[in-house]
Design a binder for this molecule. Structure first.
Ligand code: ATP
Ligand code: MG
Length: 233
């Protein structure tokens, strides 16, 4: 189903990243990383702690910018986000990318159905009612129908990550970026969260999104189509 002729879900090249903090020498974390992910493809990113996996994901998701001067490109479904104005980058991020983080990143004051519906506020395609309906459908599929009005703190870690998975699919993105989504969960709970991500992503959009998942788990890597290694072993 993936051919080299199609527009990739994600295309990145010449990514360099140097952190510059006052009073410390510059820290070069990425030196010319390139990555192409086809629509629907699942890619695992592996590498030791500190090798730059989260840094890479932040660049791929437009949450941070690569070093200038290397001709860096990051294209989401063919749209460049490196050279784009922040307004465009924000729109691509909101409509084209779903994010799942290790520490869930839910808004504590909002009921979980509002958390899941939140990305729709940045996307013109859903009315508020339609967004809430879709949020409830996603949460039902995540097995959380009876918790819609609960706040994140009233849920277990695994349940919170299921909410985050549902939220990541709210706008039917072509790409989901997940940074150690099971890192704070015990193995069985982590497996269930990954099952959910694989299962829901195909059911809540016309075409299953591509997935880039940072993980330390060989089991998760084995479930992906391909593995990419960052840094030295
Ligand atoms: N905002 C920042 N400012 C300065 N240094 C940073 C910043 N973010 C990350 N670093 C440094 O960059 C290096 C790579 O960090 P990064 O978080 O990308 O690693 P990682 O591969 O995700 O590690 P882990 O597996 O522990 O999550 C580390 O040495 C880290 O200390
Ligand atoms: Mg990390």
């Amino acid at each position: 189903m993936t051919t080299s002729m199609s527009v990739p879900a994600l295309f990145a090249e010449n990514l360099h990243k140097t952190y510059r903090l006052p009073g410390a020498p510059p820290l070069k974390v990425l030196s010319g990383v390139s990555l192409r992910v086809e629509p629907g493809e699942h890619v695992a990113v592996l590498g030791r702690s500190g090798s730059g996996k989260s840094t890479l994901l932040n660049l791929l998701g437009g949450l941070d910018s690569p070093d200038p001067g290397f001709g860096a490109r990051v294209e989401i479904a063919g749209r460049d986000i490196v050279g784009a104005p922040e307004r465009v980058r924000a729109l691509v991020r909101a409509t084209g990318i779903g994010f799942v983080f290790q520490s869930f990143h839910l808004l504590p004051e909002l009921p979980i159905e509002e958390n899941v519906a939140l990305p729709a506020r940045a996307a013109p395609r859903f009315s508020r009612d339609a967004a809430l309906r879709r949020a409830r459908d996603l949460l039902a599929a995540a097995g959380l129908s009876d918790r819609l009005g609960h706040r994140p703190a009233e849920l277990s870690g695994g349940e919170q990550q299921r909410v985050a998975v549902a939220r990541s699919l709210m706008n039917a993105p072509g790409l989901v970026l997940a940074d150690e989504p099971t890192g704070n969960l015990d193995p069985a709970t982590g497996d269930a969260v990954l099952d959910l991500l694989f299962d829901l992503s195909g059911r809540f959009s016309d075409a299953a999104p591509a997935l880039v998942v940072v993980t330390h788990s060989d089991a998760i890597a084995a479930r992906c189509d391909r593995t990419v290694r960052i840094g030295r072993d």
